[in-house]
Design a binder for this molecule. Structure first.
Ligand code: NCD
Length: 351
């Protein structure tokens, strides 16, 4: 699962319901993945995503192998992504991968013999965090539509933000309030996606201005590791901080989410507020991933063809695209309206 786009809304509802069934009756699933092995290949730091996947597999009776520090693996000897994936897919039944390169999960799926789950590809996407967010919203708000969703912080580099907007704009009458500095606003292609679904959005520059209108507030940290310099990061940090004072203006049934880790964007005085749902959200992530792993192992043949829509062979203009560091990957752009879109990282160029 590279992007939740591949799953129609009714499949998402099925996963959400399945996650709830698992949460209500975990003992029924103790042997669901007995004899199965999951590989977790983390080329970037992770606490929740990695540990929740591993917990999910252990709770399903399966086991896991993998690395969380590529310098301890053959990657440090110069092994290509293709070779690592080809080899590991001979050991495991499913691969979960996080990589700093945008489009890396899609590229890995080209060379894998088993299903690949995207656990974050650079600043591009993070679909299993979105699955976690969707399960949380369904449990806290009772619906996935007709929601006014505020997203605050680093909307430019935040992959959780991109995946969440992509998915939630598919449900009817969701409206987005995008709260960031002008430098960290959402990428153009995410705005195009909201437009293509007819989802309303507005960009605002102050949290105080927006908060009273929101059903959901999705806070994010400024993604330090994606900035070219420490100064560039410092110029953007500390701008948006949610605290108990600002919350006074919010609805009584607001749901406050955060993919975590938190740095300073939510003051600790918010943690005890009944609207603070971010620690529950991290817990729901285990049930969401238990549901996803089972469904993927049940429904995937051993070799899964990866659809490549691209018809234009061009080098990608995005410096962070996986095609830049793994030169053997077929470089493809597909046509979408008057744009050419990179198959892997969704970089857009005018035709
Ligand atoms: C997020 C990520 O890695 O993108 N964390 C997570 O997976 N829960 C958010 C972040 O690092 O800010």
């Amino acid at each position: 699962m590279i992007d939740l786009d591949a799953y129609p809304a009714q499949v998402l509802y099925r996963i959400v319901e399945f996650a709830r069934a698992i949460q209500e009756n975990p003992s029924c699933f103790l042997d669901a993945c007995k004899g199965k092995i999951m590989a977790t290949l983390f080329y970037e730091p992770s606490t929740r995503t990695q540990m929740s996947f591993q917990t999910a597999m252990l709770r399903l009776g399966g086991q896991f192998i993998g690395f969380d520090n590529p310098s301890n693996s053959s990657v440090s000897k110069g092994e290509s992504l293709k070779d690592t994936i080809r080899v590991v897919s001979g050991y495991a039944d499913i691969i979960v991968m996080r990589n700093p390169r945008e489009g890396a999960a899609k590229a890995a799926a080209l060379y894998s013999q088993v299903p690949v789950i995207n656990a974050g590809d650079g600043g591009h996407l993070h679909p299993t965090q979105t699955l976690t967010d969707v399960v949380t919203l369904y449990n806290k708000k009772g619906r996935l539509d007709h929601l006014t969703i505020g997203l605050c912080g680093d909307l430019m580099h935040g992959r959780t933000v991109h995946s969440l907007i992509k998915t939630m704009s598919r449900f009817p009458k969701n409206r987005f309030v995008l709260i960031s500095t002008s430098e960290l606003s959402v990428p153009r292609y995410i705005k195009d996606i909201m437009d293509s679904h007819g989802a309303a959005y507005e960009e605002v520059y102050a949290l105080e201005e927006a908060i009273s209108d929101l059903d959901v507030l999705y806070m994010t940290r400024i993604q330090k590791e994606r900035f070219p310099t420490e100064e560039a990061y410092r110029a953007q940090s500390g701008v948006f901080v949610l605290d108990a004072k600002k919350l006074k203006k919010a609805k009584a049934d607001l749901s406050i989410l955060h993919p975590l880790p938190r740095v300073d964007e939510i003051a600790v005085d918010v943690d005890e507020d009944p609207r603070a749902d971010y620690f529950d959200q991290a817990e729901y992530g285990v049930f969401a991933r238990m549901a996803l792993i089972q469904l993927m192992l049940e429904h995937s043949a051993r070799r899964i063809p990866v659809p490549i829509r691209g018809t234009h062979t061009l080098p990608c203009a995005n410096q962070k695209c996986v095609t830049g560091s793994e030169p053997y990957i077929p470089k493809c752009y597909f046509e979408s309206g008057d744009m050419l879109v990179c198959e892997y990282c969704e970089d857009r160029q005018l035709i």
